[in-house]
Design a protein around this ligand. Structure first.
Ligand SMILES: Cc1cc2nc3c(=O)[nH]c(=O)nc-3n(C[C@H](O)[C@H](O)[C@H](O)COP(=O)(O)OP(=O)(O)OC[C@H]3O[C@@H](n4cnc5c(N)ncnc54)[C@H](O)[C@@H]3O)c2cc1C
Length: 289
C-alpha cells in the first residue's frame, strides 16, 4: 500500500500543477481544525495538499460589486475586516463567534464550507446571502456553482466564495445558541439580511443552521417580515413562522420541542440586532411572552 504523500504548493501555478500531476485520491488541508484537531482519522494513502502556504488564496475583496473571499481566508480575518462589515456584518459576527481565538486564527472559510457540518456558523450567513463558489477541478478547469450544490469531491478545490451584490441587503445579523464544544442537537444559529427603513422591513433573506441536515433558507419566516412594520403583530407572526419552520424541518425529532422554544427567543434577538435595538426593548420583551 502506498503511503500518504504531502504537497505544500506556494502559489496557484504550483497548486494547479500538483493537482494535474496526480491521478489518485486528493484531500486538502487548510487550517486543519476539522481535519487534524477534531481527532478524525487522517487519510492513509493518496495525496494531501496543504493550502496554508498558497499565495493568493487568502483575500477579502469587498470594495464594489460582488464580494469575493479567498477560500483560505481565516475566520479571524473575516471577523476583523471592516470593509466586509460594511457589506455583510452578519458574516463578521458569525466569524467572531466561531470557536476560540486559536481556532479562528487557523480555521478557514473554505474548510467551514467543505466540512459542511449542520451547525457550521458561517454557512447560514452564506446561504442567506446567496453565496456562490468558484471551484478548481483536477484538470485545471474552473466552474462556478451555488453553495447549495456543493459536495466534497476528491481533488475539487474551493477557490473563492462569491457573495452576489444583488443579494446583499443593508442590514444583517447573526445569532447562535450553544457552544461548539458541546455540539449537541440543542445548538441553533440564525442569519438575516434585510432592508429596513422607517420601521418597515423591505426584502428579507434568512437561513438557519442545526435545524435539519444542512443549513437552509427560512421562507416562512422571511414572508412574515417582508414588507411589514416592526410591531407586536409582526413579531408574533414571525415567531409562529419560525416555529412552523422547526416543525417542518424536524417533525419527528426529540429536539423539536426544545427547538420550537429556542428559535422564538433567538429569532427576537436576531431582529433586535438587525434593526439596532436592545433585545431588552419592550417590543421584544412583550413578544417573548
Ligand atoms: C475546538 C473546535 C471548535 C470549533 N468551533 C467552531 C464553531 O464555533 N463554529 C464553526 O462553524 N466551526 C467550529 N469548528 C470547526 C472548524 O474550526 C471550522 O469548520 C473551520 O472553518 C474549518 O476550517 P479549516 O481550514 O480548519 O478546515 P480543515 O480542517 O483544514 O479542512 C476541513 C475539511 O475541508 C476540506 N477543505 C479545506 N479547505 C478546502 C478547500 N479550499 N476546498 C475544498 N476542500 C477544502 C478539507 O479537505 C477537510 O475535509 C471548531 C473546531 C474545533 C476543533
Amino acid at each position: 500500500m502506498n503511503a500518504l504523500a504531502v504537497a505544500t504548493p506556494v502559489d496557484l501555478t504550483e497548486l494547479r500543477a500538483t493537482l494535474a500531476a496526480d491521478a489518485g485520491p486528493v484531500r486538502f488541508v487548510a487550517g486543519g481544525t476539522d481535519m487534524l484537531i477534531s481527532g478524525r482519522p487522517l487519510p492513509e494513502t493518496g495525496l494531501l495538499v496543504d493550502l496554508a502556504r498558497v499565495a493568493g488564496m487568502a483575500f477579502i475583496d469587498s470594495c464594489v460589486g460582488d464580494v469575493r473571499i479567498g477560500a483560505a481566508t481565516t475566520v479571524a480575518a473575516l471577523a476583523a475586516d471592516q470593509g466586509l462589515r460594511t457589506r455583510l456584518a452578519a458574516l463578521c459576527e458569525a466569524a467572531a463567534q466561531c470557536g476560540s481565538v486559536q481556532i479562528r486564527n487557523r480555521a478557514t472559510i473554505g474548510g467551514n464550507i467543505a466540512n459542511a457540518a449542520p451547525a457550521a456558523d458561517l454557512i447560514p450567513v452564506l446561504v442567506a446571502a446567496g453565496a456562490r463558489l468558484a471551484l478548481l477541478r483536477r484538470d485545471g478547469t474552473q466552474c462556478e456553482i451555488a453553495l447549495g450544490e456543493y459536495t466534497q469531491i476528491s481533488g475539487q478545490l474551493i477557490m473563492e466564495v462569491i457573495l452576489p451584490e444583488s443579494c446583499l441587503l443593508p442590514r444583517s445579523a447573526f445569532v447562535k445558541l450553544g457552544s461548539r464544544q458541546d455540539m449537541t442537537i440543542s445548538r441553533l444559529n440564525l442569519a438575516l439580511l434585510a432592508e429596513f427603513r422607517n420601521d418597515h422591513f423591505g426584502l428579507v433573506r434568512m437561513a438557519a443552521g442545526a435545524v435539519g441536515p444542512a443549513p437552509g433558507r427560512l421562507h416562512l419566516a422571511e414572508a412574515a417580515l417582508a414588507g411589514r412594520k416592526l410591531e407586536a403583530a409582526t413579531l408574533h407572526n414571525f415567531i409562529s413562522a419560525l416555529v412552523a419552520e422547526v416543525d417542518t424541518a424536524i417533525p419527528g425529532r426529540t429536539s423539536r420541542l426544545y427547538k420550537r422554544r429556542a428559535i422564538a427567543g433567538l429569532g427576537l434577538d436576531l431582529i433586535a440586532q438587525a434593526v439596532g435595538l436592545s433585545p431588552r426593548d419592550r417590543l421584544f420583551e412583550d413578544a417573548a411572552q
